[in-house]
Design a binder for this molecule. Structure first.
Ligand SMILES: NC(=O)c1ccc[n+]([C@@H]2O[C@H](COP(=O)([O-])OP(=O)(O)OC[C@H]3O[C@@H](n4cnc5c(N)ncnc54)[C@H](O)[C@@H]3O)[C@@H](O)[C@H]2O)c1
Length: 339
């Protein structure tokens, strides 16, 4: 059965998602689109082939007027909470771009609302369906048990208007991917966090664009993270650069000579590059393709998505815990944020 989707927000990422992923999906067809900027709405809808009568500048009007099963929220992050809430109240299943919302209390409220209404609420943590990340996960165990992890990410990003004024900008817009990766790779939540966030002189951002954090996972493993969105010079690929130190060797996501990808180095310094020629996923299932497929499958069978809002509370709580730890100078415990 093809499900009817309303997409809200057709900005730079939202329109790309519409064109390359929603239009390519066999699971969804457009009931309509909503975008607050009328010129953008008109131009994007024309390219997507959505008829004018199914286009709205007010998402609440779209939810009330259109016959639909689900909403994909790709609007700017500060509006995720109000749009998700309105969609759930209208009885629509929701897929929302990362960051789920900006506030952990609001996230808990939405998870409760979806449960009460019997609706799917899912967060598009698309990196969990990227070959780099899947291969890194598959490599764990190849050189003994993981002992500790270091991950880093550097980029010089020109912030969108909403990003320039956002609190916790780096944490919520970018580190959200890497922190969700940590939880996914090691199938463990983050028990405690000691973090530092900071700005630089002349920065365009109000919220801190740099973050450094030491974490301990529920399984006891230490993880060290350094991320920056104001670093000129050499940029990291989006998934970052990783070293997973294991008992008998090290596993890397980075470029150790044969291009960016996963490498395994054993105790004798033998280096093996993991090629993605045969997967894990074909291009047609990378990232948001698989997110949409999972969303459709869970709408149909009513099961809990791997990327559920409930699961994502643990990613968001860890990020808020980083921020609080940076403000107070003491250790924060993500689980205590989830009510
Ligand atoms: N998963 C990923 O890899 C990834 C990558 C990039 C961006 N994102 C996320 O996607 C979201 C959108 O990012 P973007 O780069 O497109 O931002 P953008 O600023 O380019 O676009 C945001 C769009 O939302 C629209 N909008 C704002 N309020 C609205 C409302 N109330 N109703 C309808 N439309 C509204 C704006 O007019 C704008 O067109 C953000 O949450 C961002 O974090 C995710």
């Amino acid at each position: 059965m093809t499900l009817k989707l309303i997409q809200v927000g057709l900005g730079m990422h939202g329109f790309g998602v519409a064109l390359h992923f929603v239009k390519a999906s066999e699971d969804f067809r457009y009931a309509g689109v909503a975008e607050i900027n009328p010129d953008r709405l008109k131009n994007c809808a024309a390219e997507l082939g959505v008829p004018e009568e199914n286009c709205f500048t007010d998402y609440k009007e779209a939810f009330a007027a259109l016959e639909a099963d689900a909403v994909f929220v790709t609007a700017a992050s500060p509006y995720h909470y109000e749009i998700c809430k309105a969609a759930l109240e209208q009885g629509l299943h929701v897929l929302v771009e990362k960051p789920f919302v900006l506030d952990i209390g609001e996230a808990c409220e939405l998870v409760g609302l979806a449960k009460q209404k019997g609706l799917i609420l899912m967060v598009s943590q698309n990196y969990r369906y990227q070959n780099h990340v899947l291969s890194l996960k598959n490599a764990i165990g190849e050189v003994g048990q993981p002992l500790f992890v270091q991950a880093q990410f550097f980029y010089d990003h020109f912030g969108k208007d909403y990003q320039q004024v956002m609190d916790n900008f780096m944490l919520l817009e970018m580190a959200v991917h890497h922190v969700d990766m940590i939880r996914y790779l090691f199938e463990s939540n983050i028990k405690s966090v000691s973090g530092k966030t900071w700005n630089i002189e002349g920065s365009m951002y109000k919220g801190h664009p740099n973050v450094q954090a030491s974490m301990e996972l529920d399984n006891g493993m230490p993880v060290f993270y350094l991320g920056s969105l104001v670093s000129k010079g050499l940029s990291s690929p989006w998934e970052g650069e990783w070293r997973i130190q294991c008992q008998e060797g090290s596993i890397h996501l980075g470029d150790l000579g044969q291009g960016y990808g996963v490498y395994i180095v054993d105790a004798q310094q033998n280096k093996r590059f993991i090629s993605y020629e045969n997967g894990p996923l074909p291009d047609s299932k990378q990232g948001i393709h698989s997110v949409l497929a999972e969303f459709a499958a869970r709408i149909q069978d009513g099961g809990e998505p791997a990327l559920s809002g409930r699961d994502n509370l643990h990613t968001l709580a860890a990020l808020i815990a980083f921020s609080d730890s940076a403000k107070t100078g003491s250790v924060s415990y993500p689980a205590t944020y989830i009510k």
